[in-house]
Design a protein around this ligand. Structure first.
Ligand code: ZN
Length: 333
């Protein structure tokens, strides 16, 4: 289109040329600022992956952003494969936010193929942590090359995600800068309230019980911030069940360390986990969540973390009301 325009311009008289130059200038402006310029007044289209990140983007974007999450609530995000309809969703996105750190590889591969040429794929985890800070462990062994991707249960890292999201929204939609900044200031104050509550919850747990045995290894970045220790995560790197020797080793460890409760998650049902609990004498609590948001009115990332802390504190001898004062509602209901 630009080329045929240029050819026409060369044959025009002076006033027309001025108008055309202005038109070309406008087109260049539109190209430089694609998000709100194509159709003024139309919301930006943002696509995300796992429900916690989707919910965080919704809270930062407020009423000016249409957010679609690709990974449905309650689905295992580690083995998730996008469906053909997701290609259409990704193709329409102005910005794509993913966790990265190898969590959503099939979705990112598809996004790279179908996305608009100027739509960035923002890897929040990779932008938040330097490579030296990546954690490898039993479920995410170094030799497989995929780090533990669960940064968001560590609220200091979540706040970095929020700031990165805000910067992208402002860059692509500067018209609503004030709104995004106002949302972020409210949301970060809620996250800080959550962060303080998590510290209080862990403090309420007797020191010798501040130990986590989980099925799914989602507390690797949480534990060092809040003063808990991940004793074992049971799910192997293949996301199947562990072998018998590993199971015996874990049972012995739970007995030796006198761990009162071990934790599973409904997204990852495990028969072995129930057996480990039976044989070690620990309670088996199957309700921790790293990416499944709870039901309304606490259907938020903050609500998910409050539930985790209530469950964890109660099971390990702490105060189950330790996070009761945290506001779990979303900015838009
Ligand atoms: Zn996970």
């Amino acid at each position: 289109m630009l080329l045929s325009r240029q050819i026409k311009i060369s044959g025009m008289k002076r006033p027309q040329l001025l108008v055309s130059t202005a038109f070309v200038f406008l087109v260049i402006l539109l190209i430089l600022n694609p998000a709100n310029a194509e159709e003024p007044g139309k919301n930006m289209s943002v696509v995300t992956t796992v429900p916690p990140i989707t919910n965080i983007v919704e809270n930062v974007g407020g009423t000016y952003v249409n957010v679609v999450g690709i990974v449905p609530n309650g689905v295992d995000s580690h083995t998730f494969e996008p469906v053909p309809a997701d290609a259409k969703t990704l193709a329409a996105a102005d910005i794509i936010f993913v966790n990265g750190l190898d969590l959503e590889m099939p979705t990112i591969k598809l996004a790279e193929k179908v996305k608009k040429f100027d739509a960035p794929i923002v890897h929040l985890g990779n932008k938040t942590l330097r490579k030296e800070e990546w954690q490898y462990d039993f479920s995410f062994p170094r030799e497989h090359g995929h780090p533990n991707p669960h940064l968001w249960p560590n609220i200091a890292l979540t706040i970095k995600y929020v700031e990165i999201i805000r910067d992208y929204l402002v860059e692509f939609d500067p018209l609503h800068k004030d709104a995004y900044e106002a949302n972020v200031s409210v949301y970060i104050s809620k996250l800080k309230q959550l962060d303080e509550a998590i510290f209080a919850c862990v403090k309420s747990i007797p020191e010798s019980n501040r130990k986590l045995v989980t099925y799914h290894d989602s507390f690797a970045y949480f534990a060092p911030r809040y003063g808990m220790k991940v004793i074992a995560a049971i799910q192997p790197a293949s996301f199947t069940e562990p072998g018998p020797r590993e199971v015996i080793r874990i049972i012995e460890q739970i007995k030796n360390e006198k761990i009162p409760a071990i934790f599973g998650s409904e997204v990852f049902p495990s028969k072995i986990m129930a057996q480990i609990a039976r044989e070690s004498g620990a309670r088996f609590i199957e309700e921790l969540s790293d990416d499944e948001l709870p039901a309304k009115p606490s259907d938020s990332f903050i609500g998910m973390m409050v539930n985790n802390m209530t469950i964890m504190s109660e099971a390990l001898g702490g105060d189950p009301d330790c996070a009761a004062n945290v506001d779990t509602r979303n900015l838009i209901h």
